[in-house]
Ligand binder design. Structure first.
Ligand code: ADP
Ligand code: MG
Length: 680
């Protein structure tokens, strides 16, 4: 990047750099540095602030930078233990001292009196004399002012490689190469006030200031997110540009809506309009519907299915658990069968003959709407004319599973219902290939679920309160983290149920957990639905979606063991009608962050805010329960810290795609990089 020097191409071998022979090149290759470009992109893992110090200002425990002058000839002696010690006399202008080197006798010849040096190291007093042991040194010409990087890069190393080697390699690389070609068009750099690639790279390694370092990082975050948005935007674009084959003529939802026991909220209405617009457009639908717990997503799915069937297509709805599939089946049946729509459910473990019969009815079109778990992805499940694919998911279905379901139809419309509300920016990353609609209202009459955090010595009072609630004819959930007795002494469903039964022999108490057989689960839930069971002691199998309006109390044991988003889902199992509801968290731990987390939860009822907080606290991996989701592939960006750039780049990417700017000459480098990313 320096003028006056012969410039080499960034792709050329690292051995082009002064001082890098085969041996060093081999070492560097272990860090993935093979070419000049690799070196330029080998960014520091950290930075150290250095400003010039006098000996007196220096500290024993902190690296400092000391401008000084050599006052004599270096002398090397062999110590009793056989180490060669070289001492170089120096001064900072006021005080005298020594630079001390070990086992490098050849250094003796490197220095000469009156030479100006910058020494970087830790200084200490040895018998009243200043000593800087094993410093790094930089020589300065006579009349050149000493300039140091006040912010020094610290690189990740591997065996045999020093900070100095990498620093010098990078410095050289910057000098002898013209640097990688700019990727972003000039117009974008200017409009968003971004550093050029060249400047950004320089400032990543040797920042002029921390502010410039920030700017440099920002540029890479921007670039990374723009590429990401272009990538997902393109796939959205392809899907969108896929021409609709299933033609819709009927959009009259009146019969369906007028038959509902309530009218839609404004949020529901808006989302439904989005869906209708999709179905009217000449492209197929790929839409995510988000909404807080209890915002009424199911009825929206139902309306979409209604339209689909009225226009002559079949629909399918996939749920993450059997319990939910069952519940959806009942809801859909209740809402759709009055309109002559035939709803059925495909469960795992169905007897062969029944299964065959059901599959036949599906294939010949007798069944209009099929509900099920992922069991409906199986090969032998075939449709007559599948037009609408709906998944109700809790980040549980991978994109692949969704795709497999989509393949069962010919270009069906796709609706994804997100069971857990997630911040819009996260949704954009997680569901980048989908359009997003958000139900931003709750049905009227809903009251906030009153939430309390109590310590375990209050347990008795909590359960006495439960008795009062149940006596009113309401239902209560008690959620425990574990199923059976365990070494960690985590409260478990089996023992806790027995304990409650013994304490409250007059209550009708049952348990529910994932290890139970399907028929048993069905039986227990039916008992609960019909109020024959009053208290359901359960694991998080009830976490998502279960909808029992007269359940008013949720007690959560060992609450500190659950994530915030999970707690919010659990709390969402109550307060589903106008009945006053309560959520009581019992926690053994009254300390620090655990308590802080629960207190936050107590006062916050907005699912989006809660999941944002959860994400900040636990990081994406744990929050999503999956390690790879494109999230961890970001090198610079974080969708927690960079939400603003996420949104900016999304809009920019949309504009670029819409105006087909990628065809312009100044976009070619960006396009090339994008093609490379997509093909991986
Ligand atoms: P979620 O968005 O959590 O999936 P559901 O679809 O299960 O929510 O709906 C929660 C409850 O709210 C259900 O009992 C449903 O019948 C009811 N509900 C949905 N929409 C409305 C509405 N507009 N007015 C009143 N109740 C509604
Ligand atoms: Mg739901």
């Amino acid at each position: 990047m320096n003028k006056g020097v012969i410039l080499v191409d960034v792709s050329s071998d690292i051995k082009n750099i002064k001082g890098i022979g085969p041996a060093k090149a081999k070492l560097l290759s272990k860090l993935g540095i093979h070419s000049i470009e690799d070196a330029l992109y080998y960014f520091p893992r950290d930075y150290q602030e250095l400003s010039p110090l006098t000996f007196k200002q220096g500290r024993e425990d902190r690296t400092g930078a000391f401008p000084c002058i050599v006052t004599g000839i270096a002398v090397t002696k062999k110590s009793r233990s056989g180490i060669y010690i070289t001492k170089l006399p120096i001064t900072d202008g006021k005080n005298k001292g020594y630079a001390v080197f070990f086992n490098q006798p050849y250094l003796q010849k490197t220095f000469y009196p009156n030479q100006r040096l910058l020494l970087i190291g830790k200084i200490k007093k040895n018998f009243g004399i200043y000593e800087i042991a094993s410093p790094e040194w930089i020589k300065f010409e006579k009349n050149v002012p000493i300039e140091i990087e006040r912010i020094r890069p610290i690189y990740s190393l591997s065996k045999g490689i020093s900070q100095k080697l990498i620093r010098n390699t990078v410095k050289n690389a910057l000098e002898i190469s013209s640097g990688p070609e700019e990727i972003l068009p000039y117009g974008i750099l200017k409009r968003y006030n971004l550093l050029s690639l060249e400047k950004a790279i320089k400032n990543m390694h040797f920042p002029q200031s921390f502010k410039m370092l920030e700017k440099a990082r920002e540029r890479f975050v921007f670039e990374e997110l723009l590429l990401f948005q272009l990538g997902t935007g393109l796939s959205r674009y392809y899907v969108k540009s896929e021409k609709r084959k299933n033609k819709y003529d009927i959009f009259d939802l009146k019969p369906f809506l007028s038959n509902l026991p309530y009218s839609l909220t404004s949020g529901q209405g808006k989302v439904l309009q989005d869906i209708i617009k999709d179905l009217q457009s000449e492209h197929i639908m790929n839409r995510l519907v988000q909404g807080d717990v209890g915002s009424g997503k199911t009825v929206i799915a139902c309306a979409a299915l209604y339209l689909s069937v009225k226009n002559g297509f079949q629909g399918v709805m996939m749920a993450p658990t059997e319990i939910l599939a069952d519940q959806h089946f009942h809801t859909l049946k209740r809402l759709l069968s009055p309109h002559n729509i035939n709803v059925d459910i495909l469960k795992g473990g169905l007897p062969d003959r029944k299964r065959k019969k059901l599959l036949m009815k599906l294939k010949n079109g007798t069944i209009d709407v099929l509900v099920g778990t992922h069991a409906i992805i199986q090969k032998d499940v075939e449709f007559f004319q599948l037009g609408m694919v709906i998944t109700d998911e809790q980040h549980r279905f991978g994109v692949k599973q969704r795709e497999n379901l989509v393949k069962k139809g010919q270009h069906p419309d796709v609706l994804v219902m997100s069971a857990t509300p997630i911040p819009r920016t996260v949704a954009m990353v997680l569901y980048g290939d989908l359009d997003i609609s958000t139900i931003d209202t709750l049905p009227p009459g809903r009251q906030k679920v009153e939430t309390y955090v109590v310590q375990d010595f209050m347990r008795k009072r909590v359960y006495d309160f439960m008795v009062l609630e149940v006596k009113k004819g309401h239902l209560a959930y008690v959620v425990c983290p574990a199923v059976e007795e365990n070494e960690l002494d985590i409260i478990n469903v089996e023992q806790h149920k027995d304990f409650l039964k013994k304490e409250y022999p007059n209550l009708k108490i049952e348990m529910l957990h994932g290890k139970m057989k399907q028929e048993e689960k069905d039986r227990i839930l039916k008992l609960f639905y019909s109020k024959k069971t009053q208290v359901l002691v359960a694991t998080t199998v009830v976490e998502v979606g279960v909808d029992i309006p007269f359940a008013t109390l949720m007690i959560i044991e060992n609450a500190e063991r659950f994530g915030l988003a999970q707690l919010h889902q659990l709390r969402g199992r109550v307060g589903r009608s106008s009945l006053k509801s309560y959520c009581i968290l019992i926690s053994g731990s009254n300390q620090g962050t655990a308590r802080e987390r629960l207190n936050f939860f107590m006062s916050c009822h907005d699912g989006f805010k809660i999941s944002q907080k959860d994400l900040e606290l636990r990081g994406p991996g744990e929050f999503l329960g999956v390690k790879q989701h494109g999230f961890n592939e970001f090198k610079f960006a974080s969708f927690i810290d960079n939400t603003e750039i996420l949104e900016i780049t999304q809009k920019l990417a949309d504009a670029i795609l819409e105006k087909e700017l990628l065809l312009l000459p100044e976009y070619q480098n960006l396009k090339r990089l994008l093609d490379k990313k997509i093909s991986i």
